[in-house]
Design a protein around this ligand. Structure first.
Ligand code: BGC
Length: 464
């Protein structure tokens, strides 16, 4: 009898928990037939932009962790990058930036977000290459000459090899080395550049590199993944505080860039699916959001993760929240200690070429979630891999509608940057994923505006 009562109580508690989750974490799907997309409009001073990252477009990044990674093999002798591709010459943006700036102009955008390749600026610890510093200075001048506002990302996934040899962001002591590089860059360009992104997607860098293992250094160690994530967040605060204290610091807007992806249960009435989703959301999104709100990180999953960090002074240390958004994921619990969920899709999902479903409602959800930090939001990345270019226009139309809807409701969103200006080296996927507004022919480096990109140009024009 008692046993039966215990079982019944347990079942009841589980059911209450599932019902609570169901209402607490809804997964909205709008009826797009009832939405008038012509309503979409944006404020006059809205920042319109497009984005790239050095390693993905410049070419000849031969001195960083990704170069090493692309040229190594896993334990079974398999290449790290799909079909053994290498970033190599990439889009040759290093030499063709003037032509590329003309393309940026043709889009009608006002801003260009790009990253500085640390391994080129500081090829050896403490030695800065003047030619490289001058190169980025010329890029900045060319943008300004064309009335395009430069937005600099200080760290976008790549580290100089020498920095990784010192333990990279696995060691909190190494943060000061990164801060010193950022100080140098800020000192060089801050009289002409006002918008700064400190670190791009700390959760992607740490989870892909230390948990999933498909980015360098290819580890599968949850505790190390969270430790690296913690160090990157701490590095953001250290860079922010340092740059703010320098000349031009006060007038500059300096922010972190975070990828938000929601993890929704594949079966909304399954307790185990909810548990994996709540845990994954907490690690992937919750840690960074809690750190930015309170300066605290406290996560303990017995036998897997135990990280406790507190620095209340770090709270709110960002002038804006750079939001990168692509999609959400549906997780299905799997009884396997190495991989405790599967990423599932529904037959009704409209897919992109990446394993991402088109889900514009998710961008709206993400905006509402990060609004709680209380900082202006800039959508620093959003885009679609679509080689056939048959979904890009719809993607742009609908995701921009989500941004508009949040603005209409009063959310402080300052800008939107499409990822990416042109096709480029998509990390572990090599060159197969076509995110570009411009198609790139990698044999002859010819660029061509994609039809789908015209939707972006249209909305920008309409906003004046
Ligand atoms: C990264 C980009 C990447 C894009 C598309 C973002 O996570 O910042 O470097 O190319 O996603 O996958």
């Amino acid at each position: 009898m008692t046993f039966l009562l215990i079982i019944l109580s347990f079942v009841l508690i589980c059911m209450i928990f599932i019902i609570w989750c169901h209402y607490r974490f809804p997964e909205p799907h709008w009826n797009w037939d009832e939405i008038d997309l012509k309503e979409t409009k944006f404020p006059k001073k809205f920042m319109w932009g497009t984005a790239t990252a050095a390693h993905q477009v410049e070419g000849n990044c031969n001195n960083n962790n990704w170069f090493e990674w692309e040229n190594s093999k896993d334990d079974l002798g398999n290449p790290r990058i799909k079909d053994n591709q290498r970033s190599g010459k990439a889009c040759d943006h290093w030499n063709r930036y003037e032509e590329d700036i003309k393309m940026i102009l043709e889009l009608g955008v006002s801003h260009y977000r790009f990253s500085i390749e640390w391994s080129k600026v500081e090829p050896k610890k403490g030695y800065y290459d003047r030619k490289v510093i001058n190169h980025y200075s010329n890029v900045i001048d060319k943008l300004l000459e064309n009335n395009i506002t430069p937005v600099i990302t200080l760290h976008h996934f790549t580290n100089p090899t020498w920095f990784d040899n010192l333990g990279g962001f696995e060691r909190e002591q190494n943060i000061s080395i990164f801060v010193r590089f950022c100080e140098k860059i800020f000192d060089e360009y801050s009289s002409r550049v006002n918008l700064w992104c400190t670190i791009n997607e700390p959760e992607v860098y740490s989870m892909m590199g230390y948990f999933v293992g498909v980015f360098p250094p290819g580890q599968k160690n949850p505790n190390q993944a969270v430790n690296v994530l913690k160090n990157l967040l701490v590095a953001h605060t250290a860079v922010y505080t340092k740059l703010k204290s320098l000349k031009n610091g006060e007038k500059s807007k300096i922010g972190i860039v975070k990828n938000v992806m929601q993890f929704d249960p594949y079966r909304r009435w399954n307790l185990l699916d909810w548990i994996v989703c709540i845990l994954t959301n907490n690690i992937y999104n919750g840690i960074a959001l809690s750190y930015l709100k309170t300066g605290k990180i406290n996560i303990r999953i017995p036998f897997f993760i135990n990280i406790n960090y507190s620095n209340p002074l770090a709270a709110k240390k960002t002038d804006f929240f750079g939001l990168n958004y692509y999609s959400h994921s549906h997780l299905k619990f799997k009884a396997n200690l190495n991989e405790f969920f599967d990423n599932k899709f529904f037959a009704t999902d409209t897919m992109t070429d990446m394993p991402y479903v088109i889900y514009p409602e998710g961008l709206y959800r993400a905006i509402k979630d990060v609004e709680s930090i209380g900082k202006p939001i800039i959508i620093t990345e959003n885009g679609i891999a679509d080689a056939k270019d048959d979904r890009r226009a719809l993607f742009i139309e609908r995701y921009l509608y989500s941004v508009y809807r949040a603005i209409r409701e009063g959310t402080n969103i300052k800008g939107y940057f499409y990822w990416s200006l042109m096709d480029n080296f998509e990390w572990a996927e090599g060159y197969d994923m076509k995110f570009g507004l411009y198609e790139v022919n990698f044999k002859n480096q010819k660029r061509k505006l994609r039809n789908g990109a015209k939707e972006f140009i249209k909305v920008i024009k309409k906003s004046g």
